[in-house]
Design a protein around this ligand. Sequence first.
Ligand SMILES: [Zn+2]
Length: 469
Amino acid sequence: MDSFLNATLGTFFTPRMEMRLFDKAEKFTAETATAGSVLTYFHEHVHYFQTLFTGYGHIQWSSYRQASGFTLRKWKELWPIMGGPRIPLANCNTRLDVHQYAHYLYLVFAEQNKISQARFITIPGAKTMDALKLTLIKQSWRINPEIATAQGTRELCTKDILEGHAFFLERSFGNQILAIPPDVAWDRSEVPDVYTAAYDWFVERCGESARELFPILCDLSLQVSWEPLIPSTFEEWQASNPSWRFYSLTEALAAAPELIMDMEGGWQERYLAFCDQLLETCQFKGLNQVLSERLQALIDLERHPGISPVQRIMKKALELRIEQPWMSVYPARTQSELIRLFEEFRIPAVLVGGRYQAQSSLDGDMVTELIGELHYQAFNDQLLGNPSASARVTNSIECGFSKFGVHNGCPFQVSGECIGRFDPKEGLPIPMSHDDTGNIDGCTFGALFHYSEIRVEDLLVDYGARFDT
Ligand SMILES: [Zn+2]
């Protein structure tokens, strides 16, 4: 049999809300979709829902924007004293104090990034926080818990929770919605343990009879509060890292099996009480408290300075989640929930065959935002001193389509009029123009410079520049 249950046919990248599907585009259209491509499409949507509906998802998505927004703002303040926009930060070296400040900006970004990485994957050679050599957190706290598996001890990280959740839902969807027989739907051959380690350990600790609570514990692990921003005790670190939360919640349930919620009948009525009891046992904040904190933050932003189309969807997700606290946790079990999620929260665009494929004609400004984010991250990477190899040797500036491999994303690159990077002194390869209604013609990368008030021709690029430390 075709190994159609293969979760690696797609990827989801939270900071850009970027869903990539690696099969031929026609395999994802309704008439010709195969079971495998439907499952991949569903699996990647679970990651999208994890972003929209959880505290952790909101943090992962916003922290890049916040950190890079700060860098960009401060870098622009340096222009007058260094005679223009110099790239990368290491090239902001007209004076010693300017160079030191640019180095500080670089380190602030790198530090935020390391903390975010530590909350996501295992970092080779770093089991404790002090090994990350941060200035904000110097303690020797264990970054992740260790669990016993059949193959020996294993570090459990947040990626295991995100993938374990998506895999469980994907296979449940295959079995319950696509009617794939259970032994095929749950087949484990050639499935990497990132998809199964958390689940296996959970069942080992809490018993087979609790297996349907697994997606709920995954979700509660992801309901991270943003307070405090920087943890100052080990307990605060644990409460802010989904892997530790999953570990504590599982052990708490194993120690108090009487808490186990019956998943028959109207489990939704018992849902919030079950979650809050378990969260309280671990001294974590209640579910509604975390969701309300996030919602309030978006309401505040909406008042000033306003929110983007993507943030509007994130806000709508929280509003729904506060009303129906189980929403997005285990949608494979309830068809009406599944339909609602795909009607109201389908991702605006996916990348198939190297181009954005809009999922609905209604999401035009969200797609514009996704493309804007792609260019923005490409530019920011270059500002931080991480250009692609070809941009580096030519000291050129590269757009998001080219830097991140969206090969059919721009008509001028498809036609050969543009190679995706340019010498800033020559200006944009294809001019950008826009009308009063905000429609953009020409180079969409140009729009980023336009709205950031950067004159492309002024950019002074030297990727060979170094911080002297
Ligand atoms: Zn996945």
